[in-house]
Design a protein around this ligand. Sequence first.
Ligand SMILES: Nc1ncnc2c1ncn2[C@@H]1O[C@H](COP(=O)(O)OP(=O)(O)O)[C@@H](O)[C@H]1O
Ligand SMILES: [Mg+2]
Length: 227
Amino acid sequence: MLEFKNVTKRFGQITALTDVSFQIEDGEFVLIIGPSGAGKTSILRLVMHEFAPTEGEIYLDDIAIHNLKRGQVPMLRQQVGAVFQDFKLLPTHTIFENISLALAVKGVPQSEWNDRVTHVADLVGIGDRLDLFPSQLSGGELQRASIARALVINPKIIFADEPTGNLDWETADGIMKLLTKINEEGKTVIVTTHNRDIIKEHKGRVLEVKNGQLVKDSTKKHHEKTA
Ligand SMILES: Nc1ncnc2c1ncn2[C@@H]1O[C@H](COP(=O)(O)OP(=O)(O)O)[C@@H](O)[C@H]1O
Ligand SMILES: [Mg+2]
C-alpha cells in the first residue's frame, strides 16, 4: 500500500501540495488528474524521494519514505517504476541498452539481462525494436520502451507521469490499454493526466488535485470527502 498522510510540500514561498492524504492499495489502477501546476508531478517526486515532504508522512508498505536515509533510496526506487511524458531514454544507447541499464543499476547479473529485457520488450510490443536507437522509434514505441524499462526491475508500482502527453489520441489509447494490461497482471498502476478523453475512458479510481489540494476521490462518498 502507498499512503500519504497529511502531506504538505513547499518550495520556499510556493506551496505545491497542501495536507494531501490518500491510500492506494496493491493492485489498484488510479488516475491522478488535475490541471497543469496542480501538484501531480510533485506527488511522483515525493514517492521517489527526489525530495522530502515539508510536513506529513509517506509510506510504501513499511518503508517510511518521508524520512528515508540516503542509502535506502535505491531500495525504494526498485519498488517504484517511473514513466515520464518525455520518456527519458538515453539517445546514445540502443533500446536494449536503455532497458538493461535499469538491471545494471539494480545489480542484476548480466547473464540474466537478455532474457529479462526480451520478456518485457515482448510484453509491451517492441520485441523487434531492441537494436534500434531512440531516434529511430515513434513516440508510442518510445513510451512502450520506457514502460519496459520501468517494468524490467519488477517493481510493485508503475507510476506514470502524463505518459500520453506527447502522443496523439490513438497512440495514447494504446499506451493506456497497455497500462491496463499491466495492472490486470497484478501491478499497482498510478497515472497522472489532464487528458479528458483518458479520464472519460477510465473505469477505476480517480483522485483529483487542484491547487495542491486533493479535492476529490471517486471511491469516497461526499460526506466522507469533506469529513
Ligand atoms: N522544484 C520546484 N521548485 C519550485 N516550485 C516547484 C518545484 N516543483 C514544482 N513547483 C511548483 O509546484 C506547483 C506544482 O507543480 P507540479 O507538481 O509540477 O504540478 P503538475 O505536475 O500538476 O503540473 C507548481 O506551482 C510548480 O511551479
Ligand atoms: Mg506535471
